[in-house]
Write a protein that binds this ligand. Structure first.
Ligand code: GTP
Ligand code: MG
Length: 171
């Protein structure tokens, strides 16, 4: 069971192919989920244009802030593998007195690679995934220190498939 405050900023954390977008679709309403791909598309007409990431995240943070100010649960579907990326989310959450929560999807790199090879929208090489996986291992040690109130780590496909979200009343 994954306890999430009914008003929270939820950061999904995981390498490409770990199942973040699938998880987001399964557990949250489409409008609750802000995906980095979507925002890259908005600002650059190309969901994969990594050079648009800075602008995409600016807009994503802006929308997240508006949602949190209105008291709406917000989920960020991005890899969130680097502390500076997560720091931006923690900052937005704090600015709105909302609890930042991390849900980590930890799957074997080999499984993520297998899935990635079957996707037309992902063309990077294995070494990119290896770097992400290293960043994930590093992230696991530092998430709690970075200000995330709760860090839920789902290890493996069974834990991910069996996960249920339980909303905690704030007052
Ligand atoms: P990026 O957006 O590249 O960071 O990946 P992601 O973490 O959002 O992964 P996504 O949810 O897109 O899943 C990648 C692929 O794995 C897709 O083809 C999914 O259909 C598949 N997939 C994701 N989760 C599961 C799962 O639980 N079971 C199975 N069988 N396939 C899954
Ligand atoms: Mg995705």
């Amino acid at each position: 069971m994954i306890d999430v405050p009914e008003l929270a900023l939820v950061a999904l954390v995981g390498i490409s192919g770990s199942g973040k977008s699938t998880f987001a679709r399964t557990h949250f309403k489409p409008t609750q989920v802000l995906s980095s791909d979507y925002f890259r598309g908005l600002v650059a007409d190309d969901e994969n244009d990594q050079s648009a990431s800075a602008d995409a995240f600016d807009v994503l943070h802006y929308v997240a802030g508006k949602r949190l100010a209105a008291g709406r649960l917000t989920v960020v579907d991005a890899t969130n593998l680097q502390s500076h990326a997560r720091a931006g989310l923690v900052k937005v959450a704090r600015e709105h007195d909302v609890l930042p929560v991390a849900i980590v999807l930890d799957v074997p790199e080999s499984l993520a690679w297998e899935r990635t090879q079957g996707r037309a929208d992902r063309t990077f090489g294995r070494q990119v995934l290896t770097r992400m996986h290293r960043d994930l291992r590093r992230s696991l040690g530092s998430l709690a220190r970075e200000g995330f109130r709760k860090v839920h780590v789902l290890r493996g496909t069974d834990e991910i498939a069996g996960a249920e979200i339980r909303y905690e009343k704030l007052f």
